[in-house]
Design a protein around this ligand. Structure first.
Ligand code: C2E
Ligand code: CA
Ligand code: CA
Length: 393
C-alpha cells in the first residue's frame, strides 16, 4: 500500500488525463480526476496529497486554479503540467510559490510515464505529509542542530562517456523525532531566514567529511556540498572549512562546493574574496542550478568556478521542450568553451542519458542513475550500476 493516499488530476485534455491517471494508478496510488477546473472543490474534497494541474484549460485556467488553491489554503503539493513552453511552467511555479503553495515539480506534455512517476513519488510521502501537517519552528531547528539530528543522503554522479562513477553530492535531511525524515525545503528556508544556515552548513561539512570523504578518497571520487548564500558573505568561511578538513584528515582536492548563481550578487566583492580563497586552498567550485539565476554569464566569466551544473528544471524536459533543449545545449557549449566540467542534474530516463551524451555533456546525476541514499547503500548501488552501465555504453 502506498503511503501517498490520493493524487488528484485536473486536465481538460481527456486522453492526457486518462494516460496520467492510469500511470499513477498502476504505481499503486488512488486517484480522483476531472476535466473541468470548476470542479476543483470536488477534487479537493477527496483530500489529495498531490494535485496534478494542467495550466491551459478551457473554463478555468491553471493560474486561476492556483489562486483558488492559495485562497483555500491547500496543504498538499502541486505538479504543474503544460503543452506550452518550459518558461510558462517556471513562471507559474514562481506564482504558486509566492502564494505559499508547494510545487513538487513541473512537466511538459507529452511526457513519459516514468518522468511523471518520478515526480509523483518524490519527495517521499511521509515527508510530504509531515510538512503539510506541522510547520517547523526555529527553536525546534536549533534543538535539532544541537542534538545532531541532521543526516546526509548521497546522490551518485557519473561520466556520460562510459558510465564510470565520479563522485557524490551530499544532500541534507532532518531526522525529526516527531515528524520523521524531513527534506531540505521543509527547513533550509527557515535556517536561512533565522540565521542558522551557517551552523547547519558547518554540521553538514563535518558529517560529510567524517562519513564520506575518506572512503570517497579511497575510491577516487569527489564529494559535492551545497553552500547557502550566507557562506558567500562570511569572510572566515574558508578558514572554517580548512579547520574541518584538517580535523578529518581529508584532501581539499576531493571537495566541490556548490554555489547557486543567485547567492553571488548579495555582496559580489565578499563572494569573490571567499570563492577565490576557497579555490586557492584547493577546493573545486560548482555553479549550481545554472540557468535559473540572472547573472549567469557574468558570474562565469569573473569567478573561479570549475564546474557548471545545469539546472534539473531544464534537463528533465530537454527532450520534449524546445526552449529547454536550447538552454541545455547552449549551457553545455558555454561550459566547454570556458573549460568547465559540465554536469547535467535531473537525468530521469535512458533517452535523456543518450541525448546528453550526444550533446557533449560530461557528467550526469539523476534518478535514472541513482536517487540520494544513505552512505551505507552506496556500495550496493555501485555493484548494481556496474551491471546497468554496461547496457548503456
Ligand atoms: P539541489 O542542490 O539542486 O539538489 C538537487 C535536488 O534534486 C535534490 O533534492 C535531489 O534529490 C533532487 N533530484 C536529484 N535527481 C533528480 C531527478 O532526476 N529528478 C528530480 N525530479 N529531482 C532530482 P533535495 O535533496 O530535496 O534538495 C533540494 C535542495 O535543497 C537542493 O537542491 C539544495 O538547494 C538544498 N540543499 C540540499 N542539501 C543542502 C545542504 O546541505 N545545504 C544547503 N544549504 N542546501 C541544501
Ligand atoms: Ca546542489
Ligand atoms: Ca541543483
Amino acid at each position: 500500500m502506498n503511503a501517498l493516499r490520493c493524487v488528484a488530476i485536473l486536465d481538460d485534455d481527456v486522453a492526457m488525463c486518462d494516460f496520467m491517471r492510469e500511470a499513477i494508478e498502476q504505481a499503486g496510488y488512488r486517484t480522483v480526476s476531472s476535466h473541468d477546473g470548476r470542479e476543483l472543490a470536488h477534487l479537493l474534497s477527496a483530500q489529495p496529497d498531490l494535485l496534478v494541474l494542467d495550466l491551459a484549460m478551457a473554463h478555468l485556467d491553471g493560474i486561476e486554479v492556483i489562486r483558488q488553491l492559495a485562497a483555500l489554503r491547500y496543504a498538499g503539493s502541486l505538479l504543474l503540467v503544460t503543452g506550452h513552453s518550459v518558461s510558462m511552467l517556471h513562471s507559474a511555479k514562481i506564482l504558486a510559490e509566492l502564494q505559499g503553495l508547494r510545487v513538487a515539480g513541473v512537466l511538459t506534455k507529452p511526457m513519459r510515464a516514468e518522468s511523471l512517476l518520478a515526480l509523483v513519488q518524490a519527495p517521499e510521502p511521509a515527508a510530504v505529509r509531515a510538512q503539510a501537517r506541522a510547520p517547523i519552528g526555529l527553536e525546534d531547528l536549533a534543538r535539532g542542530l544541537q542534538n545532531k539530528e541532521l543526516v546526509l543522503h548521497y546522490q551518485p554522479q557519473v561520466r556520460l562517456a562510459d558510465g564510470a562513477w565520479t563522485g557524490v553530492e551530499a544532500l541534507v535531511r532532518w531526522q525529526h523525532p516527531q515528524h520523521g525524515l524531513l527534506y531540505p525545503d521543509a527547513f533550509i528556508p527557515l535556517a536561512e531566514s533565522g540565521g542558522l544556515s551557517l551552523a547547519l552548513t558547518q554540521q553538514v561539512i563535518e558529517r560529510a567529511l567524517t562519513e564520506c570523504a575518506i572512503p570517497q578518497h579511497q575510491r577516487g571520487g569527489t564529494l559535492s556540498i551545497n553552500l547557502p548564500p550566507v557562506a558567500m558573505t562570511d569572510l572566515a568561511f574558508p578558514e572554517l572549512v580548512m579547520a574541518a578538513v584538517a580535523r578529518t584528515g581529508c584532501d581539499a582536492k576531493e571537495l566541490i562546493f556548490e554555489v547557486t548563481e543567485t547567492s553571488v550578487p548579495v555582496d559580489p566583492t565578499r563572494a569573490r574574496d571567499i570563492l577565490t580563497r576557497l579555490r586557492l586552498k584547493g577546493f573545486a567550485l560548482s555553479i549550481d542550478d545554472f540557468g535559473t539565476g540572472h547573472a549567469s554569464l557574468e558570474s562565469l566569466q569573473n569567478l573561479p568556478f570549475s564546474e557548471l551544473k545545469i539546472d534539473l528544471g531544464f534537463v528533465r524536459v530537454a527532450e520534449t521542450d524546445t526552449s529547454a533543449r536550447l538552454i541545455v545545449e547552449s549551457s553545455i557549449a558555454l561550459g566547454r568553451e570556458l573549460g568547465l566540467v559540465v554536469l547535467a542534474e535531473g537525468v530521469e530516463n535512458q533517452a535523456l542519458w543518450h541525448w546528453l551524451k550526444k550533446a557533449g555533456c560530461e557528467l550526469a546525476q539523476g534518478y535514472f542513475i541513482g536517487r540520494p541514499m544513505p552512505y551505507e547503500k552506496l556500495a550496493l548501488w555501485d555493484a548494481e550500476w556496474e551491471v546497468r552501465r554496461l547496457g548503456l555504453c
